[in-house]
Design a protein around this ligand. Structure first.
Ligand SMILES: *Cc1c(COP(=O)(O)O)cnc(C)c1O
Length: 235
């Protein structure tokens, strides 16, 4: 009974969220199908993920490697798993065989390790360079200078494909501040796209969470990471 209720709540949340997302897209003249919705399932149980899966959701995001590998082993194989939390180099090997997109590439060391582990698995791993755009001291990510160095170094790492940029805005009530941070990342995406040759398209801009995704959509988000807006509050 309890689980049936939880599944029902998640299905409803997803439907409501989709409606809001469609409305926001329409208001600013964007297409819903340009936006990938990643359901952030960190700290949520298997049953909650299955409820979203059964409603058609296939992209899920996790922050912690151990939790990601546990869930990957228990859940359907057609789920696209996104690693959105900070990634330590010594843990890359646990996810290299299956991860769909790593959002948190933020150092040259990590780039080298992902390339090495991807090669061992016979894969090319898609990654986003995470840039520190907020003024919150707790947030991870590379500086713009480091980010550009990673992008340039990735020209020489055949098993890593840089697909775009990721950022987490400051936790603040100020929409203007969040908008400025997202605009900064969108500007870097444009500049770097023009600067790199040969051209790997930096087509993904991973910005926006439950609280700030409407602002992110206005600033070119092509992927949003939504946890509480789908699953409710985390324990
Ligand atoms: C937890 C988390 C999210 C989801 O946050 P919500 O506010 O629950 O939508 C998105 N991105 C990152 C990097 C996160 O750690």
């Amino acid at each position: 009974m309890h689980q049936a209720n939880q599944a029902e709540i998640i299905r409803t949340n997803l439907a409501v969220f989709e409606q809001q997302l469609a409305d926001h897209c329409r208001q600013i003249g964007r297409q819903r199908n340009e936006i990938t919705l990643v359901a952030v399932s960190k700290l949520q149980p298997i049953e909650a993920i299955m409820a979203a899966y059964e409603a058609g959701q296939r992209d899920f995001g996790e922050n912690y490697v151990q939790e990601l590998t546990d869930k990957h082993s228990q859940l359907p194989t057609d789920i696209r798993w996104h690693l959105i939390g900070h990634l330590q180099t010594n843990k890359v090997k646990y996810i290299a065989g299956f991860v769909h997109l790593i959002h948190s590439l933020d150092s040259l060391r990590l780039l080298a390790e992902i390339d090495k582990q991807a090669k061992k698995c016979g894969r090319i791993i898609d990654c986003l360079i995470q840039i520190h755009i907020s003024t919150d001291s707790t947030k991870t990510g590379a500086t713009p200078e480091e980010g550009l160095a990673i992008l340039q170094a990735a020209q020489q790492t055949p098993n890593v494909n840089i697909k775009g940029l990721m950022g987490v805005a400051s936790l603040t009530e100020s929409e203007a501040k969040v908008a400025t941070e997202f605009a900064h990342l969108a500007a870097l995406q444009q500049q770097w796209q023009a600067a790199i040759n040969p051209e790997p398209a930096l087509s993904i801009l991973s910005i926006g969470m439950s609280g700030d995704y409407p602002i992110a959509l206005k600033h070119g988000a092509t992927l949003i990471r939504v946890g509480t807006g789908i699953f409710g509050a985390r324990k």
